[in-house]
Structure formats: C-alpha cells, structure tokens
Write a protein that binds this ligand. Structure first.
Ligand SMILES: NC(=O)c1ccc[n+]([C@@H]2O[C@H](COP(=O)([O-])OP(=O)(O)OC[C@H]3O[C@@H](n4cnc5c(N)ncnc54)[C@H](O)[C@@H]3O)[C@@H](O)[C@H]2O)c1
Length: 474
C-alpha cells in the first residue's frame, strides 16, 4: 500500500499532475515525505500525554542559552529580571555575541556564565552539562531548532525554543516522540500569545463574550530589510526566501487564534490549502544590489518565493482560519488577530484594537470598560511591570515570567510540544500545497486523538504565580 501510494505520487509528479512548482526548494522526495507523513502517518502511538504534564518543581531554574544573537540576547535579558533563575551557560558561534551577553549579565548583577563558543556543534557539550535544567534556543530557524531541542531533551533538559520549532513534518513527529519518551517539556517561545489584546480576547472567549467562534484572520505582515548584510549572520532570512515558497513564519499569527479556538485542547486543525503570489520584489532588489556589490551575486542565482502567501485552515469542529505571510511589501505591521463569533468580533490591526457586537465598533469608553472587566489575571498582576520592562510592548516579559513560574511550580506549559509541532508544521504543509496547485493537504494530529480530552490552558493563575521580580535595571 505504502509502495503503491509512493509510486502513484511519483507517477503523478512525473506526469505533471502534481507539480513541484517553479522554485527548486522542494524536491519530489520531500513532497512524498510530507504527503506520507501527514496523510499516512498512522504509526505514531502516543507514549505519554505531555499536554497538561506536571514535571517535578524546580526551585531555581538553571539555564543554558544557545544562540545569543538579536533574539537570544533579548530573551536572556528578560530572564535577568526574574528571581529563581541562574544563567549557567551561553553558547554562540560568534565571540562578539558572547561578549555582549556577558557584559549585559554583569550589568544586571549576574555572575558571568560558562561559555561555549566558536564551533557549530559545541551546543551538544552544553546540553550534556548536568548542572543545567533548561536549554533555551534562539539560533536561526531551520533544522537546527528541532535538532538541538531533541538532543537537549535526550540529555534530560527541558527546552524553550524560539519560533518556529520545526521546519519539516518528520522533525515535528520526532520532537513529539522525544518529549513524550523523555517527559521533558518542549515549550515554544511564542511571545505573541502574551500580547495584551490577544490575552484579553482569549479571556473574553473563555467568558463566552464572542459566543461560538466561527472564524479567525491571522497574519505576519512585517516590512523587513532582509538584504542588509549586517543584520543576520549568514543572511539566513534571505536564503530561506530563495529555497522555500509558502508561509515561512506562521506562529505569531496562528498561535493566539489556536489558543482562542482550543486547538489541541478540544478541537484540532484538520486540513489546509495555501496559495502564493509571484515575487514582485525580492529577485529584482537582489539583482540591483548585485550590479554594484559582488557580495550579492550568490543570492542572484535563484528565483524567490512569492511575496504574499495566503492559507486557509479548517478545524474538526468546522471553524476556519485565514493565515497570511508577507515580509516584503511596504505595509504597516499587522498580525490581524480578527476573531469572529456568533455574538461579537474583535480586530487588533490596524491599531487601535477594536471590538464589535453589531455592525459598529464599540466606542472608547465601552472599550475601556471591557478591557477592565475582562483583563486577564496575568496582566492584572504584572502587566504594569511588563510594560515598564518592555520587549515587544511587554509581551516578552509576560511570556518569560510565565515560563519560569510554570517550571518553578511544576505546572503544565501554556505552549507544549504539540503546539510547537503543529504551528511549525504549517511551513512544510503550505509549501506542499503551493507547489501542488493549492491542493488541500491534511494536517497531522500530533496529539494522536488526545485533543478530545486535553483541557484548555489555565489563564486564571489559579496555581503558582509566586515568581518574584528582581529590582529592574532597564
Ligand atoms: N519571537 C520573536 O519575536 C522573534 C523575533 C526575532 C527572531 N525570532 C526567532 O529567533 C531565532 C533567531 O533569530 P535572530 O534574529 O536572533 O537571528 P540572529 O542571526 O541575530 O541570531 C542567531 C544567533 O545564533 C548563532 N548561531 C548560529 N548557529 C549556531 C550554532 N550552531 N551554535 C550556536 N550558535 C549559533 C549566531 O551566531 C547568532 O548569534 C529565529 O528562529 C527567529 O525566527 C523570534
């Protein structure tokens, strides 16, 4: 049967019934792999349910940070605002990144961390260090996120990995399998789930304000300069746009709407279709740069992914999500975050955020009353501190505080390995759909059916919430 399906797909690709697309990133073999791992992966049996899992409490969380570039440095600084953490070690390829991190640790009153620097697999040594409980990962996205996460869990560490956690479906299954077998958390660092409006609307969903949710719009629309050679080590953002065509960064928009819809905790994503525009900018910009600067010649050899990708996802309970990705068009930043229910709707972007219960938006006074009435507990308790500390308006601080508080109190993760696997899997699935004429593709159920009994995340702070904040040096 398996061979028959493989042959059928091979023949279909060969006959042009399924196309591999004009971009060369996805090869026929990986299309087959994605198809078989999603439609046909009936072999995985859940070893242990990590959703709701309570690991032994850690009074002090001893941390090793891998990748202290732009994002890793910011994550590390957020950790220094909290009691109950020790920064044991830092790892990066670049000495200057290590130096910047050590200087910051000193300024924040922390001892210097043990250093792993200079070679691309030194992170393994850090994962093997018995004096570390939690490995945080902020290296460039791609296979390294899953590779480090899996190795760290096998070494007995909990993991907190930057978005997205996976780049292929088989990585996603291996992540799930390893977390279940080792009983180590693989938490996703999806900070947008802790944005104030996303948290407010999640609380309003819980209180029934929207009635039944029917549909959500989500996105990552962010005009970025990925041609700047000083921005990313090894130009990894530009390279990714040369070799992949789909939604390459789904989690900022998708994460909060999945939480609002209780995905993996009552409902699940079942299938999706995805369509990309052509590239109207990247190839031209690189060609222009290459005319005067040799550095850009190696980026002038392939075509680029379409500027705008749009996917539509459906849940088992019949809800839909529209998800977009565009980091090239000169547009105002947006994650959209539109929730549409039977009784009300919410829209975050364009700012200011709004709520409607009919065909007009609520006025400022009504919005203010609602924001006060439905303010989530985490914002009530540490929202002001989060705004003072900052980090994308404070959401980074809320996320970091909650992660550490859960580990210290042995509480389940808000974003566990199933969310990490599912939200990241949209990348290869969207690529598959785009490469195959927007054909629908099934979305794997990484919970293996336990989504039916898993309970929604606790946003009431009914347990824990005792992690103190240190005197803040901003
Ligand atoms: N949540 C957010 O808001 C947010 C924002 C920006 C980036 N990110 C994510 O964070 C990750 C990092 O992005 P960034 O902008 O910080 O990139 P970056 O290029 O600035 O930093 C990556 C760092 O990893 C180091 N590195 C690379 N390979 C390594 C290896 N093998 N061992 C040790 N260190 C290694 C690099 O030297 C660099 O310092 C990406 O996954 C990105 O998607 C998330």
């Amino acid at each position: 049967m398996k061979t028959g399906r493989r042959n059928f797909i091979r023949q279909a690709i060969g006959a042009g019934l399924i196309t591999t697309g004009s971009l060369s990133g996805l090869k026929a073999e990986s299309l087959i792999e994605i198809y078989e791992n999603t439609v046909q992966n009936k072999t995985h049996r859940q070893h242990f349910n990590m959703c709701g899992y309570r690991a032994p409490k850690l009074n002090t969380v001893k941390i090793g940070c891998i990748g202290v570039g732009n994002r890793g440095y910011a994550n590390l600084k957020q950790l220094t605002y909290l009691d109950g953490v020790e920064i044991k070690a830092i790892c990066d390829l670049m000495q200057f990144r290590i130096d910047e991190a050590q200087t910051m640790l000193k300024e924040q009153g922390f001892p210097l961390a043990k250093v792993y620097v200079g070679s691309s697999d030194l992170w393994k040594k850090m994962c093997e260090d018995p004096d570390i409980d939690l490995i945080t990962i902020a290296v460039p996205r791609g296979p390294l996120h899953a590779e480090i996460s899996i190795y760290a869990m096998e070494c007995g560490k909990h993991v907190a990995v930057e978005v997205p956690a996976v780049s292929t479906i088989s990585e996603a299954w291996r992540l799930v399998e390893t977390s279940e077998k080792t009983k180590r958390h693989c938490a996703l660092l999806e900070n947008c789930c802790y944005d104030f409006f996303e948290l407010l609307t999640l609380n309003m969903v819980r209180q029934g304000f929207f009635g039944d949710l029917i549909h959500a719009d989500a996105a990552y629309i962010h005009h970025q300069n990925n041609y700047d050679k000083t921005r990313d080590g090894d130009m990894w953002r530009l390279k990714e746009s040369q070799h992949h065509n789909g939604n390459l960064y789904p989690t900022h928009g998708l994460g909060p709407v999945c939480q609002a819809m209780d995905i993996n905790r009552g409902d699940r994503l079942t299938k999706m279709v995805s369509m990309s525009s052509d590239d109207f900018m990247m190839g031209e910009t690189v060609a222009e740069l290459a005319r005067t600067n040799n550095f850009y010649e190696e980026f002038n050899t392939h075509s680029y992914r379409g500027n705008m990708n749009t996917s539509i996802l459906r849940t088992e309970k019949g809800k839909t999500i529209m998800l977009q990705y565009d980091i090239t068009s000169p547009r105002v930043y947006s994650r959209i975050h539109m929730l549409s229910g039977t009784k009300a709707a919410a829209l975050k972007y364009p700012l200011p955020s709004r709520i409607s219960v009919g065909h007009e938006w609520l006025n400022d006074e009504e919005m203010s009353d609602i924001s006060e009435k439905y303010m989530p507990e985490i914002c009530r308790r540490i929202g002001n501190m989060a705004k003072q500390v900052g980090g994308h308006g404070g959401m980074d601080f809320l996320m970091t505080w909650r992660l550490i508080d859960c580990l210290r109190n042995g509480l389940p993760m808000d974003m566990d390995v199933y969310d990490a696997a599912l939200w990241g899997s949209i990348i290869p699935l969207s690529e598959w759909s785009v490469a195959n004429g927007s054909f629908p593709i099934e979305i794997p159920d990484f919970t293996c059916g336990t989504y039916k009994v898993n309970t929604p995340i606790d946003i009431s702070l009914s347990e824990g919430a005792n992690t103190k904040i240190r005197t803040v040096h901003l």
